[in-house]
Every structure is written in C-alpha cells, then in structure tokens.
Design a protein around this ligand. Structure first.
Ligand code: NAD
Length: 410
C-alpha cells in the first residue's frame, strides 16, 4: 500500500454532501486521515464550487470542479467516489464509477428501485469494486447500544413487539416562489423511488432490520392528507403512513408516522421483550431511530424497565455495552472515539480502500434488503395486499415500482 493519500471525489454537492464534509473534518480532528478529496462534481456548477470552497475551508483540500461525472472519470485519477445524488441517478453513476475502476460509497437508498439496486450489486461483483451503502444511523452509539440490548445482553429477554409512533403538524408552507430543486426531485416518484418512506423513512427500514432481523411481511396504509383531502399513494407522495410488520423471528411491530397531523405533536417509541422494555426518551426531533438532525456530541436517551421494577438509563446500558467490547472492536466501531455515524461510515470506506477491512457492513445486498422492506410497504399500500418482502426482493411483486423501472429502462 502506497503512502500517498487516497484520492476521492464527491459526486453530488447538495445538502448531505456538506454533512459528509463536516464528518470528514471530525475524522481529521481525530487524526484519522490518509485521504483527500481531489475532485467534486455537480451538474449545478455553483453547488460544486461552494462545496469545493467548504472543503478548502474545513479540510484544506483544493478539489478540481467538474460538472459531468463522465469527464471526471475520464480525467481524474481516483481511488474512490462518495455519491450524494438523487436516487434515480445512483445506479447509472455508481455503475460508471465502478466500471472505471473506482470504489463507491453511495448514499442511501442503494437505488431508485430493486432492479436499479440489483444492477449496482452485480456491477460491484463484476468489477471487483467495493460498493458500500451510506447508512449512518445504525453506526451511532445509541443504535449500537440498542442492538446489543436486544440481541446480546438478554437484559429485557427475547424481543417480542415494538411500537414506533410519531406525528407532528405540517410545517408552514412558503408558497411565495418555486420549490428549490432539492425538494422538487423528492416529490417526483420517478426520481426519488417513492415519498418520505423511502427518503428519511429508509433509515427506519434499515434500523428495524438491524435491530430485529429480516421482516417477513407487511401491511400498510398510506395517505396524503396535507392538502386537506385524504389522497391515496397512487395520486400523491404520502405524508402519513401506518405499517404493521411481522418479522421472520415472530416479532411484530407497528410503525405509524405523520408529518401532517394537526394539533399536538406526539412521539412514542418502545420495544418490549419477554422481561422488560426499552423506551426512547430523547427530548428532541432526533431519536434513537432517526438521527439526521443529530449533531456530533449530542446523545440519545432512553429508559429500560424490567418486570421487577429495576430501571436503567440508556447511558448505563451503553456503559455495559462498551465494557463488553474488546479494544479492537471498540476501535473498529468507534474509530478514534468517533460517535458520529457519518464519520464512522466514511472511515469504514477509507479502511476498506486501504485493505484494512474486508467487506462493508452495509454492502449492496444488505442495502437491497432494506430497500425491499421500503418497497414492500409501498406495494402493500398500493395494492391493499399483505406483502411478503421476499417477493419484492426477488421481483415477483413490483406493481408500485413498474413505472419507475420503465422510466429508467430497467
Ligand atoms: N444519511 C442521511 O441522513 C441523508 C440525509 C439526506 C439525504 N440523504 C441522501 O443523500 C442523497 C442526496 O440527497 P441531498 O439531500 O443531498 O439532495 P440535494 O438535492 O440537496 O443534492 C443533490 C445534488 O446532486 C446534484 N445533481 C443532480 N444531478 C446530478 C448529476 N447528473 N451529476 C452530478 N450532480 C447532480 C444536484 O445539483 C444537487 O446539488 C440522497 O440519496 C438522499 O437520500 C441522506
């Protein structure tokens, strides 16, 4: 392995790319380096230039600016690319990168549909390139602790059920001008693959699988009620969902989420095991399940209650969890003491490229399984059927995705 820093490109320089830059700065401050962003690429040259400036300001990097990824791949010697693009562009640009010999870290969800994601997984196998799906939430100390609590500690016994209910009023609309592009593509199912269930909701899909294993079947109802009318998922992106999930392990759970519920906000997240429960008590819009707004250093909180009345805070459980880790495991999971999922997922990618790890925690196939859960939820809401996730994963069912696949020629 040469001592030269790895040469990386950031492709897609919008909202989340800026968050990736801050995560890279977090790594740099911990002495975790050995990489440089040598190029940025965005179809919107202003976005690319602004990100180049941010990289210069925060990391001291001076990337070359490109507006087309083909030109970037043609001209720039690269080891890896970090893709922060609208979902409909993931499969083509990730595949082009891998065909050009470049390893890829791709933002969630893996692709716009199962067929798109499968194409990416196959490209990774064909080219022998790394394809890692960026999923920061399961890497945070809070979710790692909950995973340990549910799967290893035995503290609350065998997982049985969970309830995840979150509702809040719609945000005030500013209808004074055209919607910014970063909102527009999210409203276009052909570009986004769905609505909020596949956007930030994808994190829930991944976290639920991380905590409790694969889901066997789902039944879902979706509505768009912000307009004042109750409109079905066929007509408009959802703002309200109700999902019943049956896991292969037998666990049953209920996920209800509305961003258009007038009146009082409400949040209730609780897991029940055969000996007790875990309640999420984080007093913030970020919770154990969804940490997008979490800043490095902010902590989740929770309460474990056992049948005999004993209680533990999540911080106490985290202490037990951390005590169970060997120094090597602790360094692998929280490199340099990092506690920001974005920084940790980027560091995993760097170590994969350096040959210090063998495979991504969330590789293409793992990413595809989480996407299949999200698409099964749409399939159920769209058809009114109970849907088996395996049928969506294998392509046996794809009514909801069919027009999206057709649009992209998949
Ligand atoms: N992990 C998280 O918590 C999280 C949060 C937000 C977004 N995301 C994911 O990040 C990705 C990007 O989301 P975002 O919020 O940054 O979107 P965004 O709209 O803010 O940014 C997308 C950028 O891609 C650029 N772009 C569009 N077409 C392009 C092309 N052909 N070539 C190069 N650039 C092009 C746009 O100009 C824009 O700058 C999505 O996959 C999204 O799901 C993840």
């Amino acid at each position: 392995m040469s001592d030269q820093p790895l040469r990386l490109a950031l492709i897609g320089c919008g909202g989340i790319a800026r968050r990736h830059v801050l995560a890279m700065k977090d790594l740099q401050q911990r002495g975790l380096g050995g990489f440089e962003i040598t190029a940025v690429c965005d179809a919107n040259v202003e976005n690319a230039q602004e990100l180049a400036e941010l990289l210069n300001q925060e990391l001291g990097h001076t990337p070359t600016v490109y507006t087309h990824h083909a030109e970037l791949l043609d001209r720039e010697p690269l080891d890896g690319a970090d893709l922060c693009l609208p979902h409909g562009l993931h499969h083509s640009i990730a595949t082009d990168c891998m065909e050009a010999g470049v390893h890829v870290l791709c933002e969630k969800p893996i692709g716009v549909t199962i067929k798109a994601g499968r194409r990416m997984a196959e490209a990774a196998e064909r080219t022998g390139r790394i394809l890692s799906i960026a999923v920061p939430h399961r890497r945070q100390p809070g979710q790692r602790t909950v995973h340990w609590l549910l799967n290893q500690s035995g503290l609350i016994g065998e997982p049985l059920t969970f309830f995840h209910h979150y509702s809040r009023p719609p945000e005030a609309r500013t209808d004074s001008g055209p919607l910014p592009p970063r909102v527009l593509w999210r409203r276009d199912r052909l570009m986004s693959g769905g609505g909020m269930t596949l956007d930030s909701g994808f994190h829930y899909c991944d976290s639920m699988r991380y905590f409790l294993g694969d889901v066997e079947k789902v039944y879902a109802e979706m509505r768009e009620i912000r307009s004042g009318q109750v409109r079905s998922v066929q007509e408009h992106p959802e703002d309200t969902i109700f999902v019943t999930l049956t896991f292969k392990s037998g666990v049953v759970g209920n996920w209800a989420w509305s961003v258009a519920a007038p009146g009082q906000s409400h949040c209730n997240v609780v897991f029940h095991g055969s000996k007790g429960s875990l309640e999420d008590t984080t007093d913030s819009r970020f919770r154990i399940f969804h940490l997008f707004e979490r800043k490095p250093g902010q902590r989740e909180s929770g309460r474990v209650t056992l049948d005999d009345g004993t209680t533990y805070t999540l911080a106490q459980v985290e202490e037990m969890y951390r005590a169970s880790l060997s120094p090597e495991e602790a360094q692998r999971l929280f490199p340099g003491g990092a506690d920001d999922g974005f920084a940790i997922e980027i560091w995993e990618f760097i170590e994969l490229l350096q040959g210090k790890r063998t495979r991504p925690e969330v590789d293409a196939w793992e990413g595809l399984r989480s996407l299949a859960l999200g698409d099964a939820i749409y399939e159920s809401a769209y058809t009114g059927d109970v849907v088996y996730v395996e049928d969506v994963l294998t392509g046996k069912r794809g009514t909801f995705q069919a027009p999206i696949d057709e649009h992209w020629g998949l």
